[in-house]
Design a protein around this ligand. Sequence first.
Ligand SMILES: Cc1cc2nc3c(=O)[nH]c(=O)nc-3n(C[C@H](O)[C@H](O)[C@H](O)COP(=O)(O)OP(=O)(O)OC[C@H]3O[C@@H](n4cnc5c(N)ncnc54)[C@H](O)[C@@H]3O)c2cc1C
Length: 453
Amino acid sequence: MKIAIFGAGVAGLSAAIELVDRGHSVEIYEKRKILGGKVSVWKDSDGDSIESGLHIVFGGYAQLQKYLSRIGAENNYHWKDHALIYAEPDGKQSFFRKANLPSPWAEVVGGLQADFLTMWDKISLIRGLYPALAGNEEYFRSQDHMTYAEWHRLRGASEHSLEKLWRAIALAMNFIEPNVISARPMITIFKYFGTDYAATKFGFFHKNPGDSMIEPMRHYIQERGGRIFVDAKLSMFDLKEDGTVRSAIFSDGQKIEADAYISALPVHSLKKVIPTSWLSHDYFLNLHQFSGSPVANCQLWFDRKITDTDNLMFSQGTIFATFADVSITCPGDFQNGDGTANGGSVLSLVLAPAHQLMDLPNDVIVRLVMKDIHDRFPLSRNAKLLKSTVVKIPQSVYKAVPDVDKYRPDQISPVGNFFLAGDYTDQHYLASMEGAALSGRFAAEKLVSKLGA
Ligand SMILES: Cc1cc2nc3c(=O)[nH]c(=O)nc-3n(C[C@H](O)[C@H](O)[C@H](O)COP(=O)(O)OP(=O)(O)OC[C@H]3O[C@@H](n4cnc5c(N)ncnc54)[C@H](O)[C@@H]3O)c2cc1C
């Protein structure tokens, strides 16, 4: 079959890997000049790698890790020490380290030892979060009508632990606050964090996600005959009498025909190209239930090291939620001689919540970030900032707010030759690289099984 895939993020590339491996003729159409979507990385005029966002591989990302092995990139990421590290004022750090025991004792003992939680936090958490540890999918689904903050309070867990521990997790997972995110993804993650020891370790790419993952994916697909077109923005579909797709039309007026079509567009982009006649199906109408979380990523190059932490860091009460010194975590890039880097720290920081940042000029954002960096890293106070960049994504991953999960669409649409992939489609992960990889695999498998090829 000839299959056209729109969007070259992790979802589109994963679907393509599955389909070229089954011998199909695959064409990917991507509107930008670079591949990777939200994981894309590009070189600026100084030769510096600019990331759409700092990206971490979790131990539990079974599908993504299978793809990384399949494309020969299994050595392109490295695991870090198994700990949640919180950057505190004046250079202090606090830790949540898993104990060297089987789960859930690893987490219970680790939690009891965490120095940033009070004894009352610990008792209230063990008592309050038990239903999440013991719960099953049905229970998690039944809690989707309330926010995580509501669930946490109903369970009698402490306000301090909500602010200190879980706020950081909500911001890292979906870039929104605990009083906005649904309880469902949060308690699903507790179960997963609390019952699988290896699932929560953090992996960093050796260079950056572009060079270490997206580029090997591109190579794998093209080597097997897949064709990739950039600067190819899908703008509409031409339909047959029965409502199925006859051809796809691009913004420059070009038309292509295929046996089947997969949208691997983000949901907000897909909504713009859905034919009005398809909105008679709830399946397509329900896509309007989704809205994107705004987020920004800031990179800072310093003339000296301001930290020696080789891991992801979390932070509370700062403009950034999660961050890392990529000159330490990613030894294949950001080193002396790579663009601006001179051996000093290169911080990559995810700014969330970011709705109030979208209209601010980048230099103002950098000033706000630097104020908090000076507060958390005393060594930065005498360091020179060599360069800064800000990437804003007004609609990034879909907001996992209450009552939205039930609208996540299956990869098979009601239109015979049209399928969906993308992190927002139905799979058991929240929007993430793993969710995107799973969605791409499901779209390809379901397409092949439905069309019998
Ligand atoms: C700042 C940030 C940090 C993140 N950190 C992590 C992390 O640490 N770990 C993790 O697992 N996940 C993380 N994520 C989430 C992860 O990046 C996404 O869930 C995942 O990459 C989404 O993949 P996707 O293929 O579904 O969509 P996308 O990556 O959005 O890909 C969609 C593609 O479609 C293209 N497109 C759009 N419109 C058109 C059109 N009309 N025609 C043709 N092409 C089009 C886009 O250009 C894009 O390339 C992060 C996201 C951000 C923004």
